[in-house]
Design a protein around this ligand. Structure first.
Ligand SMILES: CC(C)(COP(=O)(O)OP(=O)(O)OC[C@H]1O[C@@H](n2cnc3c(N)ncnc32)[C@H](O)[C@@H]1OP(=O)(O)O)[C@@H](O)C(=O)NCCC(=O)NCCS
Length: 163
C-alpha cells in the first residue's frame, strides 16, 4: 500500500536517495536541478525552503511512500495564491515505481488539499510537449489543455475546482 504524506525535515536522507537514484530519469522529463542540491546539505536546505513555504501559505509539499516507508514519489502544490485562488502542481515518481498509478494518487491528493485546505478554484500544470505520461496523468484527473503555450516548449493544463 502506498500513502501520501507531508514532507518532513527528517526526510533529508531518504529524499536525497530518491532524487539521486532517479536524477537521470527526472532530467529527461523536467528541468535539471543544480549540482549543489545533490548533497545532504543541499536537500536539507531544499526541505527547509519548502517547509517555510508551507508556513507562509505558498507551498504544500508531499511525498509518496511505499509500504516499507521508502520515498517513491513527490507531489507539490506550488506558488499558492490564495487571493487569486490558484496554484501550480508538480509531481515526480521513481522510474522503478512508475505504472502503478502513483502520480495519479499524488495529483488527486493535491486536488483535495487545494479544495479543502486552501479553498482554491484553479490548478495549473506546465508540461513539456513530449511528456506523454504526465499529459495522461493530467487528463485522467480532469485537467484540460490551455489554449496557449506558457513557458518555452511547455504546455499549460488547467483544472477548474468545484467549490
Ligand atoms: C509522468 C509520471 C509522473 C507518471 O507517473 P506514473 O506514476 O507512472 O503515472 P500513473 O501510473 O498515475 O499513470 C496514469 C496514466 O498515464 C499512463 N502513463 C504513465 N506514464 C506513461 C508513459 N510514459 N507513456 C504512456 N502512458 C503513460 C498510465 O498508463 C496511466 O494510464 P491509464 O489511466 O490509462 O491507466 C512519471 O513518469 C514521472 O515521474 N516522470 C518524470 C518526472 C515528470 O515528468 N514529472 C511530471 C512533470 S510535468
Amino acid at each position: 500500500m502506498h500513502r501520501v504524506r507531508e514532507l518532513r525535515l527528517t526526510d533529508a536522507a531518504a529524499l536525497l536517495a530518491f532524487e539521486a537514484d532517479n536524477r537521470e530519469w527526472f532530467e529527461s522529463h523536467i528541468e535539471a536541478r543544480n549540482e549543489a542540491f545533490y548533497s545532504l546539505r543541499g536537500v536539507t536546505a531544499h526541505i527547509h525552503g519548502y517547509l517555510q513555504g508551507l508556513a507562509g501559505g505558498t507551498w504544500h509539499p508531499f511525498v509518496i511512500e511505499d509500504a516499507g516507508g521508502a520515498i517513491v514519489g513527490r507531489a507539490n502544490l506550488k506558488d499558492i495564491d490564495r487571493e487569486g485562488r490558484t496554484a501550480q502542481v508538480g509531481y515526480r515518481v521513481a522510474q522503478a515505481a512508475c505504472g502503478q498509478g502513483l502520480a495519479t494518487l499524488g495529483l488527486k491528493h493535491l486536488i483535495r488539499e487545494a479544495q479543502v485546505r486552501w479553498g482554491l478554484e484553479h490548478l495549473v500544470a506546465h508540461v513539456f510537449a513530449d511528456n506523454v505520461g504526465s499529459r495522461k496523468v493530467l487528463l485522467g484527473c480532469g485537467f484540460v489543455a490551455g489554449a496557449a503555450p506558457s513557458h518555452a516548449g511547455e504546455d499549460r493544463f488547467v483544472l477548474r475546482l468545484q467549490r
